[in-house]
Design a protein around this ligand. Structure first.
Ligand SMILES: *Cc1c(COP(=O)(O)O)cnc(C)c1O
Length: 395
């Protein structure tokens, strides 16, 4: 922990005046006090010597509760999202589960996006529903529809993703925060697709941000992790309690890898976004393609809102094939640089068929995705090589 960053007051913290790229490299990452190591060490320890009973050094007593490597990651995440406190978990799903069981009681009701991430939908449908948490999917690109749903039924949490996975629908976050707060609900934003470099939901009014740090934050497809970031100190204490009580924390090795990835988030995102623009542009004019989903395209229904709340439009592009599902599956098997695989946000480009892969768990539900859809996670390779690879796969 450094004392240059006041974790309790967003108005007075000293990182406030610094740019995002500087925060990514310095927040929580002062040179090690004992050795001067420039990179926060991997504190591979489960417990800590106490100087007399209760005499902890810096509050460290047991690594489920707190670990210095994890603390460095959490401080950096909090600063990147303009929050006060962050909590690092073993996966994005562990972060979501912990946050929902902190915010909700059995008997509560939650609104979710009509095209929520498949794993999030499965958590609501198969784990939290039996626990007593009811949910309603709503098209959240339509603020009026969300307001109607909130008037209809008392709701504890509005769960939002923007841009959504895999259809890249865009939700107006400030409008969503107003709608939730006007109706006594809290707004949670899954900011995985945008990353905090492109979009910061807390200053727009969100109560909590969740991440799969597995994706852009880690950025190298070599670690699984999750995070929750909040501003309200009371809510932070409750999440901290649940994180420690349920225990799905990020281990020190994972925390270190994630933090290493985060240092380059800004430069990686700039290239992801530029490459995605090139890819979306080529696909838009391609005769085999019936529709391209990318918020950076002026014709995208969420383009204006995305332009107002995102720095750039992200690295994810989805498209549909005129010739149908078999052709979509076929294209996924023909690329040479785009690797066929689930996940996203790494430096290498990935291609997948959501209907049979990431979103198989929503088949037959209200959240089913078109079966002629292909999703790309556009990496940071040479843009012309990526465009050529897709062209040959489509030919
Ligand atoms: C991957 C993902 C998750 C789940 O995170 P894990 O780290 O895989 O547990 C949640 N939300 C979104 C949008 C994701 O892409």
């Amino acid at each position: 922990m450094t004392d240059s960053f006041d974790l309790t007051d967003p108005g007075t913290r000293s990182y406030g005046a610094l740019g995002f790229e500087t925060i990514a490299i310095h927040a929580g990452q002062e040179p090690d006090a004992t050795t001067g190591a420039v990179v926060p060490p991997i504190y591979a320890t489960s417990t800590y010597k106490q100087d007399g009973v209760g005499g902890t050094r810096g509050g460290y007593e047991y690594s489920r509760t707190a670990n210095p490597t994890r603390a460095a990651l959490e401080e950096c995440l909090a600063a990147m999202e303009w929050g006060n406190r962050a909590f690092a978990f073993a996966s994005g799903m562990a972060a979501e589960d912990c946050l929902l069981r902190t915010l909700c009681q059995p008997g509560d009701h939650v609104l979710i996006p009509a095209d929520a991430y498949g794993g999030t939908f499965r958590l609501f449908d198969k784990v939290l529903k039996p626990w007593g948490l009811d949910y309603t999917p709503v098209d959240q690109s339509d603020t009026g529809a969300v307001r109607d749903a909130l008037r209809e039924r008392k709701t504890a949490v509005v769960w939002t993703e923007t841009p959504t996975n895999p259809l890249l629908n865009v939700t107006d976050l400030a409008a969503m925060a107003d709608a939730a707060h006007d109706n006594g609900a809290k707004l949670v934003v899954d900011n995985t697709f945008a990353s905090p470099y492109l979009q910061q939901p807390l200053p727009l009014g969100a109560d909590a941000v969740v991440h799969s740090t597995t994706k852009y934050l880690g950025g190298h497809s070599d670690v699984v992790g999750g995070a929750v970031v909040v501003r309200d100190p009371g809510l932070a204490d409750e999440i901290g309690f649940h994180q420690n009580a349920t225990g799905a924390v990020a281990g020190p090795f994972d925390a270190w890898l994630t933090l290493r990835g985060m240092k380059t988030l800004a430069v990686r995102m700039d290239r992801h976004c530029a490459n995605a623009v090139a890819v979306a542009g080529m696909l838009t004019g391609h005769p085999a393609v019936s529709q391209v989903y990318y918020p950076g395209l002026p014709g995208h229904p969420g383009h204006k809102v995305a332009a107002s709340q995102m720095r750039l439009f992200g690295g994810m592009v989805s498209f549909r094939l005129k010739a149908g599902a078999d052709r979509a599956v076929d294209v996924c098997g023909r690329t040479r640089l785009f690797t066929l695989g689930e996940s996203l946000g790494g430096v290498e480009s990935l291609i997948e068929h959501p209907g049979r892969m990431t979103h198989a768990s929503v088949a037959g539900s209200a959240l089913e995705v078109p079966d002629d859809l292909v999703r790309l996670s556009v990496g940071i390779e040479d843009a012309a090589d990526l465009v050529d690879d897709l062209r040959q796969a489509l030919s």
